[in-house]
Design a protein around this ligand. Structure first.
Ligand code: FNR
Length: 187
């Protein structure tokens, strides 16, 4: 059975190293695991004023999360937390009240930074948010990836075999979590 993973990149930078990391997961995924980006760059700023008339981009964003078996979030660390664009996207995902799409959705959180902590503090903040949203989140392994300039090529090739093996193991662990939460088909 195919496992569908939607991934969110928490950076809208045209030169994002986290996008490269996300592409690395796409390349490393086994044939029965399909990774597809859930874009956040076109989402307007969230405001409760828009709850009654949700913008199309926000509707599509929520539907993509609903349809994925699991959601992988690959994010940079900004000021020891997550970037505002990612928080904005999560705010869309949980509104209108009672119609959040992360409830029960298996998630995993990873990211990369040139800094020695590998975006760890952003990931910890994000796990706190996801816990509040009642989204089961991969605990181990932790995905703190320190980038060097040539670690990932633009199309996601991983130049260091040890890192590639780690990322493949990380993805396998997430797929196992997703499968544990899969609702059996009726009948
Ligand atoms: C950063 N950066 C950063 N890095 C880090 O490890 N911890 C941090 O707290 C921050 N804070 C921070 C704030 C802001 C506003 C910027 C723009 C950057 C550096 C960051 O890790 C680096 O720019 C990455 O390249 C960002 O990821 P993307 O956008 O390339 O995927």
């Amino acid at each position: 059975m195919t496992t569908t993973i939607g991934y969110i990149v928490g950076s809208i930078s045209s030169t994002s190293i986290n996008r490269r990391l996300a592409k690395a997961f796409e390349r490393l995924a086994p044939a029965d695991v399909v990774l597809t980006e859930i874009p956040i760059g076109d989402l307007p700023h969230y405001s409760p004023d828009l709850d009654a008339d949700f913008p199309q981009a926000a509707k599509e964003f929520k539907t993509a999360i609903e349809q994925a078996d699991g959601v992988l979030i690959v994010t940079p660390e900004y000021s020891r937390s997550i970037p505002g664009v990612l928080k904005n996207a999560l705010d869309w995902a949980v509104r209108p009240y009672g119609e959040g799409v992360f409830n029960g959705k298996p998630t995993a959180v990873t990211g990369t930074s040139p800094g020695g902590t590998g975006a760890a503090l952003a990931q910890q903040h994000l796990k706190t948010i996801l816990s509040h949203l009642n989204a089961p989140t991969l605990g181990q392994p932790e995905g703190f990836i320190q980038s060097t300039p040539d670690l990932f090529t633009e199309d996601g090739e991983v130049t260091d075999p040890q890192t590639a093996a780690f990322l493949r193991g990380y993805l396998d662990a997430f797929v196992a979590l997703v499968e544990r939460y899969r609702v059996p088909a009726a009948g």
